[in-house]
Design a protein. Structure first.
Length: 243
């Protein structure tokens, strides 16, 4: 299974623990604040904010907290001025790794991210060194156990809705789309009662590198450590692991 979907499965299992520790909320609140600051407080006219609110609700963040984050981003003066940028680098075995960063202290974050890479068998690279290996796509993961819809019916529904590709995994289906078609496909799947384990616009690798043994262990540890860093919003990588 490729890195983007395999790691997404791991992250889903960790989500409740992350929420209890407050890390997940910190990340989601920061995304809501910046989305509201850049695009306004109305989610109907701000797709980034709408997506951030949806993720917060899926993580069971209280509505009052979501509202406060929107208000802080849209109208509250002062506070931290967050900067957004990407870091790129390599993990064990030459795996391509791309990070989306949101920080109020670029120098501090750079040093910490560089240390995490070097500590876990990787290295931070120059801008553009791996981003060309990824494509931005809408990605839906539908777990077979959570749905009664047949494979043929789901594939037909997805393709008629504008999906670009439909793949069958051992215990799930993966649907990919162009970013602009994501919202329409999601609405159609929801209207038909399809339960989605994952639905987001993400970066999908064009090719993957299979890791085993020590390299696989180091790669998982690198991903875990990067995910736990408060300034890292998203991590993308092109590794492949055996179950």
């Amino acid at each position: 299974m490729s890195g983007h979907s395999k790691w997404a499965t791991i992250k889903r299992k960790k989500a409740k623990v992350d929420a209890q520790r407050g890390k997940l909320f910190t990340r989601l609140a920061r995304e809501i604040i910046v989305a509201a600051r850049n695009g306004g407080a109305d989610p109907d006219g701000n797709m980034r904010l709408k997506t951030a609110i949806q993720k917060a609700k899926e993580a069971n963040i209280p509505n009052d907290n979501i509202t406060r984050a929107i208000q802080k981003g849209a109208g509250e003066p002062g506070g931290a001025a967050y900067e957004e940028f990407n870091y790129e680098g390599y993990g064990p075995g030459g795996v391509a790794v791309m990070l989306e960063i949101m920080t109020d202290n670029r120098n501090r974050t750079a040093g910490e991210i560089r240390y995490i890479f070097s500590k876990n068998g990787g290295s931070l690279g120059e801008s553009g060194c791996v981003s060309w290996m990824f494509d931005q796509k809408g990605l839906f993961v539908i777990e077979k156990a959570d749905n009664t819809i047949s494979e043929d019916d789901l594939m037909l529904l997805a393709l008629e809705a504008g999906a670009e590709d439909f793949k069958v995994e051992d215990d799930s289906y993966e649907i990919t789309s162009e970013p602009g078609d994501f919202s329409g496909i999601k609405e159609i799947l929801e209207s038909k009662g399809v339960n989605m384990a994952m639905a987001e616009v993400t970066m999908v690798p064009q090719n993957t590198i299979k890791l085993e043994g020590k390299d696989a262990e180091l790669m998982v540890r690198l991903m875990e450590t990067l995910e736990e860093h408060d300034d890292v919003q998203n991590v993308y990588a092109n590794f492949e692991l055996d179950d």
